[in-house]
Design a protein around this ligand. Structure first.
Ligand code: SAM
Ligand code: SF4
Ligand code: SF4
Length: 343
């Protein structure tokens, strides 16, 4: 397969593709999909409009031709998509993909970790914001138990996922007291905690900058208990700032999209469950691929859409947000929701 690396208006290459395979979720995290907005009356994307596995596979091959080498499956909750392991086995052999990963809330891993490994998934990221059962219930919208996620992590280990990434979103006044517990639990294991600053994604989490517990605050807090030092960036576009424990007991990462935006190095493209391309987490509109896919478009036609979309991209929402007054969010029209494009 021939690769022609395309770049956007700010000279950023396209490298990472995130595919949301389903917009539904069995959790209702307050910062992503609050229950009051997404109760049983909310209409999720109809099944007939989900890209099927052959459509996804075809698109992934085309994205690879434009320069993508990393693919992540996400959602909503990707393990709710029936037969997700089949999609993984279709994608894993595509020439040019160096890394195939999946982000999950972990609650369904107990039943699926073995199948994901057998299908050829390279890496797993599990989201876990606290070890405290009551607080976990509250953050996940009373839909889930922390014990299920911990059991899911154990199943992933048994299935052979030797090093997981564990995503932690910290909201000030909600779960900053969980930081040290989480570090204690995972320090010295092969797993890597990644603290993510709470973001103003979507339209309904009532985000305010005063709810952000910044990377600097977390680094200081952890550093008081276990000395850490920053590690050199490994590659262009590495989103997570990595730190090492000085006692040699592993690493932690920080995704500081609010306090230290990294738009200049953003190489990510996202495709929603119904086949729209989004070039920013904070986009207000996407570019449709589904219609072309379903009306006999040639690979060349599809490539043209992908290339046009990326080469015209000039998104840098987080950078612009940081130049605004800290209380203000940059809302012009409704943004895409996080569960529709998967983070
Ligand atoms: N359901 C899966 C999960 O939770 O891992 C995958 C989709 S979820 C949208 C992907 C990631 O986005 C999760 O790690 C979640 O914590 C993060 N996320 C969701 N809303 C966020 C927000 N407002 N700020 C920062 N991260 C957020
Ligand atoms: Fe579901 Fe993940 Fe959003 Fe939580 S963060 S509501 S688990 S999609
Ligand atoms: Fe990329 Fe948009 Fe996030 Fe900036 S705000 S890093 S352009 S997704």
């Amino acid at each position: 397969m021939q690769t022609k690396q395309i770049t956007d208006k700010l000279q950023r290459p396209i490298r990472d593709l995130r595919i949301s395979v389903i917009d539904r979720c069995n959790f209702r995290c307050t910062y992503c999909m609050p229950e009051e907005e997404y109760s049983k009356h909310y209409r999720f994307i109809e099944k007939k409009n989900w890209l099927n596995f052959n459509e996804i596979t075809r698109l992934v091959k085309l994205f690879v031709q434009c320069g993508v080498s990393k693919v992540r499956l996400t959602g909503g909750e990707p393990l709710l998509r029936p037969n997700i392991d089949q999609l993984i086995s279709q994608l894993k052999d595509i020439n040019g993909i160096e890394d195939l990963a999946l982000t999950t809330n972990g609650s369904l891993l107990g039943a699926q970790a073995q199948a994901l490994k057998a299908a050829g998934l390279n890496r797993l990221t599990v989201s876990l914001d606290t070890l405290d059962s009551r607080l976990f219930q509250r953050i996940s919208g009373k839909r889930a138990a922390v014990e299920d996620v911990l059991a899911g992590i154990a199943s992933a280990e048994q299935a052979g996922f030797s090093s997981l990434k564990i995503n932690v979103v910290i909201q000030k006044g909600v779960n900053e007291n969980s930081i040290l517990d989480l570090v204690k639990r995972f320090k010295g294991t092969p797993h890597v905690l990644r603290f993510i600053e709470y973001m103003d994604v979507g339209n309904c989490n009532h985000w305010k900058s005063k709810f952000v517990f910044s990377t600097q605050e977390i680094v200081e807090l952890i550093g008081k208990h276990w000395p850490i030092k920053p590690v050199e960036e490994q590659y262009f576009g590495e989103v997570s700032k990595r730190y090492q424990f000085l006692d040699g007991e592993g690493e932690i990462g920080f995704i500081s999209s609010v306090s230290q935006p990294f738009c200049q190095k953003c190489t990510r493209v996202r495709v929603s469950t119904d086949g729209q391309i989004f070039t920013c987490l904070f986009a207000t509109k996407g570019t449709d691929l589904k219609n072309a896919l379903r009306t006999q478009a040639s690979d060349q036609d599809l490539l043209q859409i992908i290339q046009n979309t990326w080469t015209h991209r000039d998104d840098r929402y987080s950078e612009l947000r940081s130049q605004e007054s800290p209380q203000k969010t940059l809302v012009t029209s409704p943004k895409i929701e996080m569960f529709q494009i998967g983070g």
